[in-house]
Design a protein around this ligand. Structure first.
Ligand code: FPP
Ligand code: MG
Ligand code: MG
Length: 333
C-alpha cells in the first residue's frame, strides 16, 4: 500500500537529514578558518531559515533511487548526505554574490550580508564558502561527481554573465532567457540530482532521468520566481519584490507581454532605464496574459518532471518527488 499523495510532506520525509544541514555547514566553515569575521559573514545564511529546496530535493531523490535500485529503504550513505549539503553551500554562495551584483538589501527575511559588511569582505566570504565546498567535493573522491558539480559553477557564472547587459535581438530573446534560466538555476538542481543518482549506482538511463527531473523542476522554479517578482510582496518573499524591471531584466512575464504590447520592445532594449519605464512595463505585464503564460510554462515543466518521477519505483520518497512539483508551482515565496 502507498500513502495517499495529499498526505506526503516532502520535507517531513527527509527531516532527519535535512534538519542538520545548516548546522553541519556552519561546522565545516568553522573548521576551515580561524578568522572570526570571515566565519561570521560566511555562516550568516545558514541559520535554519530558508527553504532548503535544493538539499531537500537531493535527499528525496537519493532515497527514492536507493529504494528503486536496492528494493529497500536504508539510511543514506554519507556521500549522498554531503552532496545535499554542498548544494546548499554553492547556492548560498551564489546568492551572496548575487546580492552584491543586484545591490539587494534583503534576503531570507533579514538584511542581506552586503548591507551588514562591506562588499570586499562579502565577496571573499562567498568565495570562502565555495572554497570549503570544493574541499568537501574532493573528499567525496568520485571523479564523475566532481565533474558534474564543477559544471554547475561554470553554468552559474555564465548564467549571471548572460544577464549582465546582454543585447540579443527580439527573436533571440526567449531562447536567451531559457538558456540563462537553465544556467543560473536549473543546472544546479539537475547536476546535483545527477550526482546523487551516480552515488546511488544508477545506470545511464536512470542518471539521465534524475538530471531531466532536476532540469524541469529547476526551470519551473525560476519561472515561478520571475512570476512572483510581479505579484508577491517583499514581506511575503523575504526579499525585494518588483526588482527585476528595476535591474533592467526582461523575464518571461515581460517577454510574453511583448506579444500583445510591442511597445515593450523599446523598453526592453533600453533596459527600462527611462523615467516611467518600470511602472509602464509593470502595468502592461499585468494587463497582458504574460503572468498566466509564465505559469502555464512552469506547469508544463512540472508535468514533465512528474512524468519522469512516475518511472521511479513507488515509495514514499517517489511520491515526495511528485508532490514537490506542486509545491514549486504553488509556492508563495
Ligand atoms: C539569483 O537570481 C541568482 C542566482 C540563482 C545565481 C547567481 C550567480 C552568480 C552571482 C554567479 C556567481 C556564482 C558563484 C558560484 C560564485 P535572482 O537575482 O534573479 O534572484 P533573487 O531575487 O533571489 O535575488
Ligand atoms: Mg538577485
Ligand atoms: Mg540576480
Amino acid at each position: 500500500g502507498s500513502l495517499p499523495e495529499y498526505r506526503v510532506d516532502p520535507y517531513q520525509l527527509v527531516d532527519d537529514d535535512l534538519k542538520n544541514v545548516h548546522f553541519d555547514i556552519q561546522e565545516e566553515l568553522r573548521r576551515h578558518t580561524s578568522h572570526d569575521e570571515l566565519y561570521t559573514i560566511a555562516q550568516y545564511y545558514f541559520d535554519g531559515q530558508g527553504k532548503c529546496l535544493r538539499p531537500m530535493l537531493c535527499l528525496l531523490l537519493s532515497h527514492a533511487l536507493n529504494f528503486h535500485i536496492h528494493k529497500k529503504d536504508k539510511p543514506l550513505p554519507e556521500a549522498q548526505r554531503r552532496v545535499a549539503m554542498i548544494s546548499e553551500m554553492v547556492h548560498s554562495a551564489s546568492l551572496i554574490h548575487d546580492d552584491v551584483i543586484d545591490c539587494s538589501d534583503f534576503r531570507r527575511g533579514k538584511p542581506s550580508v552586503n548591507v551588514l559588511w562591506n562588499h570586499k569582505k562579502v565577496a571573499m566570504s562567498g568565495d570562502f564558502i565555495l572554497a570549503v565546498a570544493s574541499i568537501l567535493i574532493a573528499r567525496i573522491n568520485n571523479d564523475d561527481v566532481t565533474i558534474c558539480l564543477g559544471q554547475v559553477l561554470t553554468d552559474l557564472v555564465q548564467g549571471e554573465f548572460m544577464q549582465l547587459g546582454s543585447k540579443e535581438t527580439e527573436n533571440e530573446r526567449f531562447t536567451h532567457y531559457l538558456t540563462k534560466t537553465y544556467r543560473k538555476t536549473a543546472s544546479l538542481i539537475a547536476n546535483y540530482l545527477k550526482a546523487e543518482s551516480m552515488l546511488a549506482g544508477a545506470d545511464e538511463g536512470l542518471t539521465e532521468l534524475a538530471f531531466q527531473y532536476g532540469r524541469n523542476v529547476g526551470l519551473a522554479f525560476q519561472l515561478v520566481d520571475d512570476l512572483l517578482d510581479f505579484v508577491a510582496s517583499s514581506s511575503a518573499l523575504g526579499k525585494p519584490a518588483a526588482a527585476d524591471l528595476k535591474l533592467g531584466l526582461a523575464t518571461a512575464p515581460v517577454l510574453f507581454a511583448c506579444e500583445k504590447y510591442p511597445e515593450l520592445n523599446a523598453m526592453i532594449m533600453r533596459r527600462f532605464q527611462e523615467p516611467g519605464d518600470v511602472e509602464h512595463a509593470f502595468e502592461l505585464v499585468h494587463k497582458s496574459q504574460g503572468l498566466e503564460q509564465t505559469q502555464f510554462l512552469a506547469r508544463k515543466h512540472c508535468v514533465e518532471a512528474q512524468r519522469l518521477a512516475e518511472r521511479i519505483a513507488e515509495s514514499p520518497y517517489q511520491k515526495g518527488l511528485l508532490v514537490v512539483t506542486d509545491l514549486v508551482l504553488n509556492r508563495m515565496k
